[in-house]
Design a protein around this ligand. Sequence first.
Ligand SMILES: [Zn+2]
Length: 266
Amino acid sequence: MQITKQTIPNTNYEVGRRSKTIEKVIIHWMVSDLNSANAQFKKVGGGTSAHYGIENDTVYQWVDEANTAYHAGNFNVNLESVGIEHSASPDRPASEQTYKTSGELVAQIAKRYNIPLDRAHIMRHGEVVATQCCGTVDVDKIISYAKGGPMDNESNTDKQVQFDRMLTHLRIKNFIATDASEKFTKPVRPDGLLKLLVEIWNDREIDRPKASKWDTICLKVGLSNTATVDEVAVELQPSVAKIAQARENGRIDGLKQAVETVKKLF
Ligand SMILES: [Zn+2]
């Protein structure tokens, strides 16, 4: 996600928030594309704006979050919200990449202002005033992506619980260290490798909820994400054995090579 700032006339937004705090994200659709929306908000005397516009992995920022954009059709809501425009129209639904980028952006905004990722706080424009906006754009899907994947809340929680259970399981079997603060400063021992795998996936999935890590781990070992903790642990063991063998053969000597070997295995 790359955010490009765009300058628009200062008559199309208000500087500051009049001491209000940001509590909501309002979802809009452009009924056009990013270029058209950009031209519209740059119009002198246009009197409308939004904080962000998304098209695939491109994000334009027209108004700083510290300022009030004119997007919701209700000034009080404008003072307390961030407005996001999505590239979509009646004959062109928002792309999957647009949804993913939106999820990422909404997750960041929610984190900054401690906004719950639910439908009371992430809203369709039409839930503020009478309008068709945001059309075919699916707010639930954006929320799902913001939580780490296109899945419902319940299974998200289940998978997080399952991921934690797997870690506990691996600790009990002495596959990974019980001290989470332990760093891989020494040559990696076979029994530390599962922890290493988890660390690598954690890095890749940075800023995303744990549920997506569970999905990733299951995918990497060739199981569906409904696999049990025991099934995943069994699938991981041959990989650990292979890495241990490579280490015995002198092909792994330290963290960097271990990481490279793990990446090749998966
Ligand atoms: Zn709208």
